[in-house]
Design a binder for this molecule. Structure first.
Ligand SMILES: CC(C)(COP(=O)(O)OP(=O)(O)OC[C@H]1O[C@@H](n2cnc3c(N)ncnc32)[C@H](O)[C@@H]1OP(=O)(O)O)[C@@H](O)C(=O)NCCC(=O)NCCS
Length: 170
């Protein structure tokens, strides 16, 4: 599907495919240290190939990732955002993570990715998402608040553990 961002840029949302592995490396390279740290909780410059492989290869049921893509002037596809969930085995709850490259932040993409991931999750029997957010991550806390999704936030060991029930399928 194609979505329009606040500045009218068009971005494609689609499920991740294994061939996206190199594009994931490029996306991390396009992120500031701050963005990488909030997503991975570690100041990595480059993901290990094993991590990139695990992130790119999902089963589209218990593990699902959506990528947001645009095209470079040379026509090559580029990943500008990713949202994913991992189901806790045998449950209706999943852990979620989202990241948008800095150049594309604050245009509504993070919210659109999460909203679409919630629809996909519900269609696969996921009823709640949880995630860990650093207290200084105003962007993510602001986004969750704006979406009305902060129902439970526990400060535990210096990080927020947030969980929320997914909205009904539209
Ligand atoms: C969190 C993140 C995904 C948001 O992506 P985004 O595309 O910028 O999100 P949106 O534009 O949909 O929403 C951003 C909202 O966050 C809030 N926000 C963004 N930047 C903010 C800032 N500097 N201060 C306060 N609030 C901020 C606002 O509520 C904003 O909504 P508004 O502009 O309508 O007021 C992005 O900042 C990111 O990739 N961060 C690093 C990774 C991360 O923190 N992931 C979460 C843990 S897994």
């Amino acid at each position: 599907m194609t979505v329009e961002l606040r500045d009218r840029t068009k971005v494609r949302l689609r499920p991740i495919v294994p061939e996206d592995e190199p594009l994931l490396h490029e996306a991390v390279a396009a992120m500031s240290e701050r963005t990488v740290y909030f997503r991975f909780f570690s100041p990595i410059k480059r993901m290990s190939d094993a991590l990139a492989h695990r992130l790119a290869v999902v089963d589209y049921n218990d593990r699902f990732a959506l990528v947001a893509t645009t095209h470079r002037p040379n026509g090559k596809e580029r990943i500008v955002g990713v949202a994913r969930y991992d189901r806790a085995p045998g449950t209706e709850a999943a852990e979620v993570a989202v990241a948008v490259i800095d150049e594309f932040q604050r245009r509504g993409l993070g919210g659109q990715l999460l909203a679409e991931l919630a629809r996909v999750g519900r269609a696969h029997g996921i009823m709640s998402f949880s995630l860990i957010v650093l207290p200084e991550n105003r962007e993510m806390l602001g986004l969750l608040r704006r979406m009305g999704w902060i129902h439970q936030a526990k400060l535990n060991g210096g990080v927020y553990e947030i969980s929320f029930d997914l909205p009904d399928l539209a």
